[in-house]
Ligand binder design. Sequence first.
Ligand SMILES: Cc1cc2nc3c(=O)[nH]c(=O)nc-3n(C[C@H](O)[C@H](O)[C@H](O)COP(=O)(O)O)c2cc1C
Length: 215
Amino acid sequence: MTTSPPGRFDPAFVGQLDTLLAWRRDVRHFRRDPLPEGMMDTLLSLAQLSPSVGNSQPWRFVRVLSPGLRASLADHADAEVARTAAGYEEERRAAYLALKLHGLREAPEILGVFSESAPDAGHGLGIATMPEALLYSTVMAIQTLWLAARARGVGLGWVSIVDPDAVAALLDVPAGWSFVAILCLGFPDAPSAVPELERRGWQDRGDWRGHVVER
Ligand SMILES: Cc1cc2nc3c(=O)[nH]c(=O)nc-3n(C[C@H](O)[C@H](O)[C@H](O)COP(=O)(O)O)c2cc1C
């Protein structure tokens, strides 16, 4: 990492950053080969550069190394997918069940992400009125990790079709850690500039103007 403070980034880099944003992707189809030695340490140390309320750094990562735990997480996610499917009417259910919604069995790396609900760091700054700012901070760290990973050719998939309490129990985390995400990481099978849910006809990405109101 460069330590000289750039006043501004050169246009070539800015162009590449825009490309990175366009090609980030949520990945569910992974190659099984492991990430290079030290890659997870690099990515987690870059995530540590994220902004956080009061500089509280509330993100807590659990690196899942046990094959048994991985299998339990995958079984649990599959069960929750099936439960969710039951709530859709027939046509939508068939479309939902045709989607691949996690890569928990194949991805070489699995991370549980939690947020400390009463961190010592930050001395409470900014969370008296908005305690949820801690969760937002943890999500920022995930986004940093996501972009740092993709810049290195590593795909990330966010899995939320799980029961937070069940995951917290499986990963045996301390009380006070709120579940945020399970992340799958690994080299993607096939990079794409188009979200998988869009390619499969589930949901297109809209125009940004549709999300802006003017007052
Ligand atoms: C908070 C959050 C939760 C998500 N949960 C899931 C999930 O459980 N399963 C899944 O397949 N994708 C999940 N995704 C990925 C989205 O489906 C994906 O971001 C969206 O379709 C846009 O695609 P893109 O990320 O490739 O641009 C999640 C994304 C976010 C931000």
